[in-house]
Design a protein around this ligand. Structure first.
Ligand code: AMP
Length: 228
């Protein structure tokens, strides 16, 4: 992806879940990894935002929950992922960003992957302190064209409001108001954080306590090297 440095090539096909609170850096890490490997980033949030923008049936069903910072239904999400993981670009691996988000989604993913004969490598739990998360979410800006992530303080676009990569509009997401952010963090703690325990029991959890995406990438490379 333009704008993200290609550091080295990861030769193996990776199938990872990126777990972490909103603002933990899952999207940034996923974009770095796609530039280093053949894996694709699959963000259920991006898929849903595109559906809302296009006004599709899916978008209409998801819009209200998204705006409030609530989760959309497991059935809707599993419908999307059941189709998405069968697409050709998934053959060289994928980075699941923002999915699964509930225990039922994690269980359904296990069945789905067994049915298509694929296995997860591991789950990266990006653990970032709450004050950093809050600061990042309120200052984050996102390109409506390609999903590139900016920050008004640490990484603003060269031209205000315009994406460096695709020229799309760089805006604050609808669900990044103070109220929605606070709800998203509560929802994360209640519904998504228990996934760390779920994957720990499966022996698949790699927790990285780091605020820099480079440190997260290093930990992933180390684990991939160890399991290759
Ligand atoms: P994200 O971009 O990952 O923060 O997702 C934005 C919003 O999309 C979330 O706050 C949810 O409303 C919805 N969403 C994204 N992924 C999921 C998921 N796996 N399960 C339920 N809702 C989701």
């Amino acid at each position: 992806m333009p704008g993200y440095p290609v550091k080295n090539k990861m030769e193996m096909d990776m199938r990872l879940i990126l777990l972490g609170a909103p603002g933990a850096g899952k999207g940034t890490v996923a974009k770095l990894l796609t530039a280093m490997s053949g894996a694709v980033q699959i963000s259920t949030g991006d898929i849903l935002r595109a559906a809302v923008a296009a006004g599709t049936e899916l978008g209409k069903k998801a819009e209200a929950a998204m705006k409030a910072g609530d989760l959309v239904s497991d059935d809707l999400i599993m419908g999307i992922m059941g189709e998405r993981l069968k697409e050709d670009d998934c053959k060289k691996g994928y980075l699941l960003d923002g999915f699964p988000r509930t225990i039922p989604q994690a269980e359904a993913l296990k069945v789905l992957m067994a049915n298509i004969g694929e296995e997860l490598d591991f789950v990266v739990n990006i653990d970032v302190p709450k004050d950093v998360i809050l600061d990042r979410l309120t200052t984050r800006r996102t390109c409506t064209g390609c999903g590139a992530i900016y920050n008004v303080k640490s990484n603003p676009p060269k031209e205000e409001g315009k994406c460096n990569d695709c020229g799309g509009s760089v805006v604050q997401r609808d669900d990044e108001t103070e109220e929605a952010i606070s709800n998203r963090l509560d929802v994360y703690n209640e519904k998504t954080a228990p996934l760390a325990g779920f994957y720990e029991k499966e022996g698949m959890l790699l927790t990285v306590s780091a605020t820099s995406s480079d440190a997260v990438i290093e930990a992933i490379e180390e684990r991939l090297g160890a399991t290759a």
